[in-house]
Write a protein that binds this ligand. Structure first.
Ligand SMILES: [Zn+2]
Length: 409
């Protein structure tokens, strides 16, 4: 039987819109530029050095152009909601811009211009790490206290409160960049506002070692011990977890956002996805670094990478389950569960990708084989922004991006 949320039309397969819950739009400018050796032992941390170099070159204008290209590419690929984990806030020396929220507004305006929904996840970054000063590059990410972070949230909320494409969430960047006391304070505030609370967690083994050195426990255990896991909590990555931590995320019905194309790119390791799902954690997916812009690959990787880890098949869930991960769960992780059926995409039913598939197998064909080029229409909040596989502003957006990239590199 075909999913109740799929509609078959003579030329189209119509699905709910896809959510990408975790994005850093400016990192789109790195695509294809960080795939050659630079160190004797390249790693996540050497990649991070290259990312910091790029972050130094981003201004509000370049942020807008790069984010507009990233969101255009996502929209053409069937993404209708982007969760933007936004941590590049301030001017080069770390001082706030005259308009403190100009960088956040650059990404919000980029999404509005393309016509995709954005959940701006205002991210706290308070220190370089445990007993570590901020590096010069990190100053742009950082705030002296949680007060200025909450002030910015309120400013943004009042500016965009009535915009149908814009909503907000809060994040602590990571346990290394946000002391526990600040995580507690921000989490409390998010609870009062009923906002989702996101956090990078357990992506790399080094993070676990640093957390043990500071708190004697690993990050998810630390949050569980302090009552910080709940149904609005979104753990991004959650790659290296103990069995107890998997249980804690599950029992609290927290979200786990898997970003498999980026996690593969960065050598992060393989998460225990089926154990997380069986424990009760709610899975969703994210494009993260934009190293690849294929939301269908992010979705199927939830199952396929777990097959590689377990050396077995059918281990997390089938096409219905994975569609739910990419749509309803993703919208819920961005605080938009009520809106998940308001946005739709239509794929080319007659194209070569799905040729020969009986109706009952079409959803399997979509989830396990579709590419962005099969997307023909994208409708968001009642507006069709992609028709016949084209967006009306795509030439202008690509041209503006090229001009900006020529200046950055
Ligand atoms: Zn991230």
């Amino acid at each position: 039987m075909i999913s109740p949320h799929i509609t078959l039309e003579p030329n189209h397969i119509r699905l709910p819109g896809l959510a990408t819950v975790h994005s850093h739009a400016f990192q789109r400018a790195m695509r294809g530029r960080v795939q050659r050796p630079t160190h004797k032992a390249d790693s996540f941390w050497s990649w991070r050095g290259a990312m910091y170099q790029l972050a130094r070159a981003i201004t509000p204008d370049t942020m807008y152009a790069v984010a507009r290209l990233a969101y255009l590419e996502l929209a053409l690929a069937g993404v209708t909601l982007v969760g933007e984990f936004h941590y590049l806030h301030h001017d080069h020396d770390g001082r706030p811009y005259a308009n403190r929220t100009v960088m956040a507004e650059a990404v919000i305006e980029a999404a509005i211009d393309v016509g995709v929904r954005i959940c701006l996840i205002r991210t706290a970054y308070l220190r370089g790490g445990f007993q570590q000063e901020l590096s010069p590059a990190q100053k742009r990410f950082s705030d002296p206290s949680t007060d200025s972070i909450l002030y910015d949230c309120q400013t943004l909320h009042s500016r965009y409160a009535n915009h149908p494409l814009v909503n907000f969430a809060l994040a602590a960047h990571s346990i290394r960049a946000t002391p526990l006391t600040a995580v507690q304070e921000l989490s409390r505030w998010a609870a009062q506002q009923n906002l989702p609370f996101h956090m990078h967690l357990c992506e790399q083994q080094r993070e676990l070692a640093e957390c043990r050195a500071e708190y004697n426990v690993t990050p998810v255990q630390l949050l569980a011990d302090h009552g910080l896991l709940n149904e609005r909590f979104v753990a991004v990555h959650a790659t290296h977890l103990s069995e107890a931590e998997i249980e804690q995320l599950g029992q609290n019905r927290s979200f786990v956002c898997l970003c498999r194309t980026t996690e593969r790119d960065l050598g992060d390791g393989l998460p225990a996805t089926s154990e997380l799902a069986n424990a009760g954690a709610r899975l969703c997916v994210g494009v993260d670094s934009h190293c690849s812009e294929n939301p269908f690959e992010e979705i199927r990787a939830v199952e396929l990478d777990e097959r590689s880890r377990l050396e077995a098949r059918m281990v997390v869930g089938g096409a219905d389950f994975l569609l739910d991960v990419a749509t309803r769960q993703g919208y819920a992780a961005c605080g938009l569960e009520h809106a998940w059926l308001e946005d739709q995409i239509a794929l080319d039913r007659r194209g070569i990708a799905f040729t020969g598939l009986a109706d009952e197998h079409l959803l399997d064909g979509v989830i396990f084989n579709a590419s962005p080029s099969t997307v023909r229409e994208v409708s968001i909040n009642g507006q069709t922004i992609v028709q016949d596989g084209r967006h009306p502003k795509q030439e202008a957006i690509i041209r503006d991006y090229q001009l900006v990239i020529d200046k950055i590199f």
